[in-house]
Design a protein around this ligand. Structure first.
Ligand code: SF4
Length: 311
């Protein structure tokens, strides 16, 4: 399908989300990062390097038609989980290798390993950090499951300290805060916290109908959360349920591409990227560039609420 209306300048970064592990020290009730204890690829350093090479050759160095059509300049490898920092030195190696091979890097984390010197990310290997933070109330975080086995949970004060510490070792790092809006926090006011942290982006996500039904909120409740914070000079971006299900290229812990299967529940998986190669693996999930582009473009600019253009 020809799509002449694509505004190439709107996409300067292709994001590949690698859910590197399903292991996590928290237990959020709405967590959808479950793959049933797979044989995770990161256990072999050789496999990690091979995967990054496959991706770099196809998306960075190669003549990927996706690159041509979207006009992107960078490819960002976003490491998600589970909690990626639970992998310790393996996680550091992934970041270092990704940088060597030309990727921008980012991580989605619950932030708990950024504290108390539990883990030091090698200097200047991280371009962006996204911390999931749902409530300033300890009780609410407990109820959501944002606690470890000892009931430790990242507080707003700890979050500020962790980000400060990170900015000392990762030059120019961008910070993103992700908040899942649900039954327990939709009336909470985050103005002071977000104003103080000054993230590059504060992404607010409507809780998905997954896990405990009691956490689900209506569109009206979600919109009321958004409206309360809108127009107050916060870098707020709202993502609806539908936008969340269809974005980015995704890789599972076994090193396979996956995406929502069209028209039905569940996911469609490719073979192992290391075994069949990136090109064939993309074909196996019936990866359709035109559809991907149509989904990809509206994700960020259109939902920029400060511009009054919310979806
Ligand atoms: S912190 Fe993230 S990966 Fe861990 S349980 Fe919560 S939602 Fe899932």
């Amino acid at each position: 399908m020809k799509n002449d209306n694509i505004n190439k300048s709107a996409v300067n970064e292709l994001v590949i989300n690698w859910h590197i592990t399903e292991a996590c020290n928290y237990n959020c009730t709405y967590c959808f990062a479950k793959w049933g204890k797979p044989n995770e690829l990161h256990r072999s350093l050789e496999s990690i390097e091979k995967l990054l090479d496959e991706l770099a050759v196809h998306f960075i160095k190669g003549n990927a038609s996706l690159k041509e059509r979207l006009g992107y300049e960078n490819v960002r490898l976003n490491i998600a989980g589970g909690e990626p920092m639970m992998l310790g030195s393996t996680f550091s190696i992934v970041l270092m290798l990704a940088k060597q091979k030309g990727f921008k890097t980012s991580i989605i984390t619950n932030g708990s390993y950024l504290l108390n010197d539990k883990f030091d990310i090698p200097d200047n290997t991280l371009d962006m950090v996204g911390v999931s933070f749902d409530s300033q109330s300890y009780d609410v975080r407990c109820e959501i499951g944002r606690v470890d086995r000892k009931r430790n949970s990242l507080s707003s004060e700890s979050l500020k300290i962790a980000l400060e510490k990170l900015s000392n070792t990762q030059q120019g790092i961008k910070t993103k805060i992700n908040t899942v809006v649900n039954k327990l926090n939709w009336q909470e006011d985050f103005f002071n916290l977000i104003s103080e942290i000054k993230p590059y982006k504060w992404k607010v996500l409507h809780v998905m109908p997954y896990g405990k039904d009691e956490l689900i909120i209506s569109n009206e409740q979600f919109n009321s959360f958004v409206e309360k914070h809108n127009g107050r000079d916060l870098p707020i971006y709202a993502e609806s349920n539908s936008a969340m299900t269809e974005s980015y290229l995704m890789i599972d812990p076994k090193g396979r591409f996956y995406q929502n299967s069209s028209g039905g529940p569940g996911y469609k998986y490719s073979g192992s990227i290391n075994e069949v190669g990136a090109v064939k693996a993309l074909k196996q999930i019936s990866f359709n560039e035109a559809v991907f582009i149509a989904r990809y473009l509206p994700i960020e600019p259109v939902v920029f609420i400060n511009e009054g253009a919310m979806l």
